[in-house]
Design a protein around this ligand. Structure first.
Ligand code: UD1
Length: 336
């Protein structure tokens, strides 16, 4: 089976390409290097000993998509490519809506033209907005997204649903990720944010490594056990494996299906800081500051549906996530 992976050199994309190659899928990657690096190709090769085709193009570029689909018989697409910085999306909504929506529309158009009807979409728990109940099941209402990035995920899910309604040849799985962290155990690939990181884990590792001075904990007056925000952190390799499980099942499912990919366990910001310090034997100085606008108190998954229907479950531990996240940043520094 030949899989087209959009954004395949990015954080989640690269880990998924590794799992695909290790499971003998043929892989074609399109990535415009907006938030990724060419060196990832070599690293994936080092990890897997396998090759894949690479197109340095933008998914918004219809001609490039035409070339890819003409040159390769694609059986399924995993669509990761997209802008993903929450804060930036508030500043540049047009850029976010244009890029994330247009790329998806062009991709679907080309899929239809080339008789490819299997699509796995990289969605997010952000589609649930401020959840009504916890843990969050796929039955929970979606909507109430708090930023344009999140709204693009919601809109794309809706677009894909309408495409499925219009054409019953389509099989779509939207995977709603909780908070992906960690890195490949080889230390070769991981998360490399553009500029100063906004997300918690990339920030913690940079404070621990001395690159940044101190972690700001955004609020300690939430209605949570220690007052800091609670999230469902999931190891990126577990997440990547979820895509393979989805691929195995996609042909059995008609229309669009949604699955939460999380562990089902919530940890607070301070839980994470303490776990990181303990596992890695380093200190992470922090200070409590004001809440960050748009943040919610708690968000964690009920991952039962993915287990029952896809046979997928997160297997890595919090310790694995802490160790692998730190090892990657230390090795990156050595490589510089
Ligand atoms: C955010 C987005 C989500 C996106 C995800 C990954 C929202 C509501 N959520 O998730 O859509 O998929 O990023 O890009 O926009 N924190 C600190 N200090 C920091 C950074 C974070 O205390 O320097 C806290 C936050 O307040 C939160 C937790 O750490 O409680 C996790 O934050 P973060 O890693 O940014 O992820 P989310 O906001 O959950």
């Amino acid at each position: 089976m030949r899989i087209l992976v959009t954004g395949g050199l990015g954080f989640i994309g690269s880990h998924t390409v590794v799992e695909l190659l290790e499971n003998n899928y043929e892989v074609v990657v399109i990535d415009n290097l907006y938030n990724s690096n060419l060196s990832v190709i070599d690293k994936i090769h080092k990890i897997t000993g396998k090759e894949f085709s690479f197109y340095e193009n933008d998914v918004c570029d219809e001609d490039a998509l035409e070339t890819i689909f003409s040159e390769n018989k694609i059986d399924a697409v995993i669509h990761f490519a997209g802008y993903k910085a929450v804060g930036e999306s508030v500043q540049k909504p047009i850029m976010y809506y244009e890029n994330n929506l247009v790329s998806t529309l062009h991709l679907c158009k080309k899929m239809i033209e080339h008789n490819c009807f299997n699509l796995i979409f990289s969605s997010s728990a952000t589609v649930y907005g401020n959840p009504e109940v916890l843990p969050i099941t796929e039955e929970c209402v979606v909507g109430g997204t708090t930023n344009p990035y999140g709204t693009t995920k919601l809109m794309i899910e809706r677009i894909l649903k309408d495409i499925c309604i219009s054409d019953n040849r389509f099989h779509v799985i939207a995977l709603r990720y909780f908070n992906p962290i960690g890195a490949h155990e080889s230390g070769l690939i991981g998360e490399v944010p553009n500029g100063i990181p906004n997300n918690l884990m990339p920030y913690i590792v940079r404070v621990a490594s001395g690159e940044l001075e101190i972690l700001s904990v955004f609020g300690n007056d939430y209605d949570t056990p220690d007052g800091t925000g609670v999230r469902d952190y999931i190891h990126v390799v577990d997440l990547a494996r979820g895509h393979l499980k989805a691929l195995e099942k996609i042909n059995d499912l008609q229309g669009i299906h949604y699955y939460n990919l999380g562990t089902g366990v919530g940890y607070s910001v301070l839980d994470l800081v303490r776990a990181f310090e303990e596992v890695n034997g380093v200190s992470v100085p922090y200070k409590i500051v004001e809440r960050r606008e748009g943040d919610i108190a708690s968000c964690y998954a009920d991952p039962t549906k993915a287990l029952q229907e896809l046979g997928w479950k997160a297997e890595k531990t919090l310790e694995d996530m802490m160790r692998d996240s730190y090892q990657f940043i230390l090795e990156e520094k050595n490589r510089e």
